[in-house]
Write a protein that binds this ligand. Structure first.
Ligand code: F6P
Length: 356
């Protein structure tokens, strides 16, 4: 059996651990298995760049960050666009899947990767997905690998900001990754003891944020910690088109700087913001993610062994299982309205910027 494997989209801790778990399962359980590592995500499949891998290639990578296969972003909407020769990326991928002689393609990726995986599966290719992303926004799985390591890193950033904020009596904003969903900010915010958490799912009122900052200061607290997601928006910004929003934010992709300035001006407190950025995606996976990645990787091996294609691995209720690619592609797991965790945070006095 000839198995192609690729990692696509933004990287995250745990990719190598999944690749290793998958390879170990395959080499231990599937007779005559051949593993083909496809370079840089779907780009390698489009350009026919791949190489046969040996069992030793998968040794020593359990705790290594990034991906040994390389990755790239290949937007889903461009997959079916034709070039001047009338060929699309989808055509190229189908052709190269055949030319490589693959029996199945295993794709490790996020929401976009899953849309393309579903497209390929719909075109008759045998595909098995594995849900990766620090954003934890893939539909149908309680958790994605990489998420909890990012929570650990983002929480450590908040912890470190906490002490300097306290020393100086400042209000500090920490911008946490997640441009569409706020799971990472919610978890790290609660775990890091943030006073205010701003999420893409809950547009905030800057005046309410100022009011909450003042309320804390009036009660004798000398500093404020605000965990703000990349994708958080004020109520006003949430009504704008992307280009208009960019202009309103003076060309900044996120609203963090603008909000920091607003707080400084209107609350009259010294305010700073910090953007940990890709630090949240780099480095070694946590033990939790090493375990989850190994579990998901080996389960994907089992799906391949059983010929269960057109599916992606999922974790539901502490049990590793799968979803049909066609059922989850194009959907996103947002923080739902009335979410239990948000309600809990509100009850212990954390503000979300929408309080009346
Ligand atoms: O999807 C993961 C993610 O880290 C998001 O949280 C973030 O908004 C985005 O990727 C950043 O993408 P890039 O690495 O392409 O800048």
């Amino acid at each position: 059996m000839k198995i192609g494997i690729l990692t696509s989209g933004g990287d995250c801790p745990g990719l190598n651990a999944v690749i290793r778990g998958f390879a170990k399962y395959v080499f231990n359980n599937i007779k005559d298995a051949e593993l083909i590592g496809i370079s840089e995500g779907y780009l390698g499949l489009i350009q026919n760049e791949a190489k046969k891998m040996k069992p030793s290639d998968f040794s020593g990578i359990l705790n290594v960050g990034g991906t040994i296969l390389g990755t790239s972003r290949q937007p889903f909407k461009k997959m079916t666009e034709e070039d001047r020769n009338g060929k699309s990326k989808l055509d190229m991928m189908k052709k190269n899947y055949k030319e490589m002689g693959l029996d199945v393609l295993v794709t490790l990726g996020g929401a976009g990767t899953h849309k393309t995986a579903a497209l390929l599966s719909g075109e008759g290719l045998n595909v098995v997905g594995i849900p990766k992303t620090i954003d934890n926004d893939i539909w149908g799985t309680d958790v994605t690998f990489g998420f909890h390591t990012a929570v650990d890193i983002a929480t450590e950033c908040i912890d470190r900001i906490h002490t300097t904020a306290a020393s100086h009596g400042r209000t500090m904003l920490i911008e946490i990754m997640g441009n569409k969903v706020g799971w990472l900010t919610l978890y790290a915010g609660v775990a890091g003891g943030a006073d205010i958490i701003l999420l893409p799912e809950i547009p905030y009122d800057p005046d309410t944020v100022v009011k909450m900052v003042n309320k804390r200061l009036d009660s004798g607290k000398a500093f404020n910690i605000i965990a703000i997601a990349e994708g958080a928006m004020s109520i006003e910004e949430s009504k704008m088109k992307k280009a208009e929003r960019l202009e309103y934010r003076n060309g900044r992709a996120t609203g963090t700087e603008k909000l920091a300035q607003y707080i400084e001006e209107h609350a009259g407190v010294e305010t700073r913001y910090v953007v940990p950025g890709h630090i949240q995606r780099g480095g070694s996976p946590s033990p939790y993610d090493r375990f989850l990645s190994t579990e998901m990787g080996s389960f994907a091996g089992e799906l391949v062994e059983k010929g269960k294609f057109g599916v992606t691995v999922a974790m539901r209720g502490n049990e590793v299982t799968y979803n049909k690619l066609s059922d989850i592609a194009g959907k996103m797991k947002f923080i739902p309205e009335g979410d239990q965790r948000v309600a809990m945070a509100r009850k212990i006095g954390i503000y979300f910027g929408d309080e009346k």
